[in-house]
Design a protein around this ligand. Structure first.
Ligand SMILES: [Zn+2]
Length: 417
């Protein structure tokens, strides 16, 4: 097995990976480094065309499911066995970068071809996947394709989602399917033996640690709250303090207490008040209404429950005479990735002589839904300054090659069993 892992990893072609990255990044490019390739746009379609042209050159079969998730299949010795799958997404934020998602798809294509080039015949088929609409910027929700595939989002609900121009996912998918009439169909929930997603970290930890590979143990969970504080407006010059019900003062007290509640010396808790709206928002009028949001994330379900359950009571306890309503708008549990796949990532990384560290994903990924259907792991590579979802996103070519080599070794080892 060690020999197969080493051969697969060594067959990753750095020049091919670099060339293809530039080619893919040119589709939907904005400025020197940015990317605008939102889901199910013409740019998304052209990017799929490019990836499928690489598949066609190798004679790989392509299959697509009803939400446009696209699977490129390199056959194994035993076609009856469930495949090992690897991939990510090629859609981007409207002003995003050329690495988020794209790296995982490029690395997946590289794995299939590295196996070919190394002359490795795997027991199981190996598939590269492009998940549809991971970003969720044009059509909500995020990770749409993988959620539908895993049976966690009804297809018709996804098809009805529309963009700001009123164009639906159904309309755009229709265009996609018409464009690719020769592509085979695949049903949702098709069984996988295992799945591995490679991705840029989108955070600064690997770079700061000087470590090229992260073995992702978990994707943190998140809870969102919307807090509405209602007080009473009045003249800023004439209303005495005792007669005031100042919604802003109350909201500030709430945010202060929540900040104390979420204080974490280990710096694992992620707590953000990202929206803060004040009415009537006039310099000489007492604020009557405040709306603010809470975004709270943690990898541990227990902490997520314990602290998240105190958000409403903390707000109520600091109302200062105002009325408060706290609505929980999202409750997504953490995902613990498969221990065996994660251990393989550590082992393969060590075998090919690279340093690795365990890491928790701060962002959500398609792997989160795939993990509900099969043993799933994730490999992170560093990105410059931890920056993502902007045109400044960047990973070194050597960092991408290192991630693709580890991915090739891990996929090869899974596909031999
Ligand atoms: Zn992504």
């Amino acid at each position: 097995m060690r020999a197969v892992v080493a051969r697969a990893a060594a067959a990753v072609d750095a020049a091919r990976l670099g060339r293809r990255h530039l080619e893919l990044a040119s589709i939907g490019a904005i400025g020197e480094t940015g990317l605008n390739r939102e889901a199910l746009t013409d740019a998304d379609f052209r990017a799929r065309d490019l990836v499928l042209s690489w598949a066609a050159a190798r004679g790989y079969r392509v299959l697509m499911d009803g939400i446009g998730n696209t699977f490129i299949r390199r056959p194994g010795r035993n076609e009856a066995l469930a495949p090992v799958v690897t991939g990510s997404h090629i859609d981007s934020q409207p002003a995003g970068g050329a690495y988020d998602g794209a790296f995982g798809v490029l690395a997946a294509c590289e794995v299939l071809e590295a196996l070919d080039d190394a002359g490795i015949v795997t027991e199981r088929s190996v598939e590269a996947v492009i998940w549809t609409n991971e970003e969720g910027s044009r059509f909500q929700p995020t990770t749409m394709g993988s959620a539908v595939f895993a049976g966690r989002l009804p297809l018709d609900q996804a098809l009805r989602a529309s963009d700001t121009a009123g164009i639906t996912v159904a309309t755009e998918l229709d265009r996609l399917f018409k464009r690719m009439p020769a592509v085979g169909r695949r049903e949702f929930g098709f069984p996988f033996a295992a799945c591995v997603e490679a991705h840029i970290e989108q955070g600064p930890i690997l770079e700061r640690s000087g470590i090229p590979i992260g073995a992702v143990m978990a994707i943190q969970g998140l809870r969102w709250f919307t807090v509405r504080v209602t007080g009473e407006t009045g003249h800023a010059g004439t209303t005495p303090r005792v007669a005031r019900r100042d919604a802003l003062m109350a909201a500030v007290a709430m945010v202060q207490r929540l900040t104390e509640l979420m204080a974490d010396p280990a710096d694992v808790v992620r707590f953000t008040v990202g929206r803060f709206e004040v009415l009537p928002n006039s310099p000489n009028t007492i604020p009557s209404d405040v709306l603010f949001t809470v975004d709270f994330r943690h990898p541990d379900a227990g902490v997520l429950a314990r602290l998240g359950d105190q958000v409403a009571s903390t707000c109520q306890a600091n109302a200062l005479g105002c009325t408060v309503s706290v609505e929980e708008t999202l409750d997504a549990p953490p995902t613990v990735l498969d221990a065996d796949v994660t251990e393989r990532i550590r082992r393969v990384t060590a075998e090919i002589g690279l340093a690795q560290m365990d890491i928790v994903s701060g962002a959500t990924h398609d792997a989160k839904y795939v993990a509900l259907t099969c043993p799933t792991g994730m490999i992170f590579i560093p990105c410059r300054d931890g920056v993502s979802h902007t045109v400044l996103e960047y990973a070194e070519p050597e960092q991408m090659v290192a991630g693709a080599r580890v991915l090739a070794g891990v996929v090869a080892s899974l596909a031999m069993e």
